[in-house]
Design a binder for this molecule. Structure first.
Ligand SMILES: [Zn+2]
Length: 186
């Protein structure tokens, strides 16, 4: 689903990215069980400056900024970790920002949102030719405890990356098989 934010100087400048080197995940710090539309509304009506390309809740991903445009996430004035150099400085100009809602204070996304996240990351990896190595936690960029669940459970993070990897391979093969690109040139 799409519900794009209005273009303004604060949360959506409309600037297009020159390259896409990463997917960066965030949690919806604050109350559990928020909705994507609720967060979008809050972004518009509050004075805060954070924005994301996608907000994921139980209904799936809500695209609030087109994936080719810069969203304002992963900081601008903080000390970046070394990995940020590989992505590009500032990282938000070289990455797609994804925020997911959580079920509890620990930040657990729950099974439904987890599965939506796997699918969204898979789709974006295939669309932007990204490897599963290019999926990051906000934490990897700035050291912030975000998304809390995957920072406090690093084993769960590795498992998540593995799931995306499996799904990218499965869908990529499926795509090739069904579009018969293997037969190109014959
Ligand atoms: Zn974050």
């Amino acid at each position: 689903m799409k519900a794009h934010l209005p273009i303004d100087k604060r949360i959506r400048t409309g600037e297009k990215r020159e390259n896409t080197n990463a997917l960066i995940l965030h949690w919806a710090a604050g109350q559990p069980k928020q909705t994507a539309h609720g967060i979008r509304y809050w972004q518009i009506t509050s004075a805060q400056k954070g924005s994301y390309n996608y907000i994921v809740d139980n209904d799936g991903p809500l695209e609030t900024i087109p994936p080719q445009e810069c969203a304002h996430h992963s900081g601008t004035l903080k000390q970046y970790r070394k990995v940020a150099q590989e992505i590009g400085i500032p990282p938000y100009k070289h990455s797609i920002g994804i925020l997911f809602c959580q079920q509890d204070i620990e930040g657990n996304p729950g099974e439904i949102i987890y599965n939506h996240l796997v699918q969204l990351c898979t789709t974006l990896c295939l669309q932007f030719y990204l490897s599963y190595h290019q999926i990051y936690r906000h934490h990897d960029i700035t050291g912030k405890v975000c998304p809390r669940w995957f920072v406090n459970h690093p084993d769960e993070w590795l498992l998540f990356i593995d799931k995306v990897k499996e799904e990218v391979i499965r869908q990529d093969l499926y795509e090739r098989f069904h579009t018969r690109t293997w037969y190109n040139g014959y």
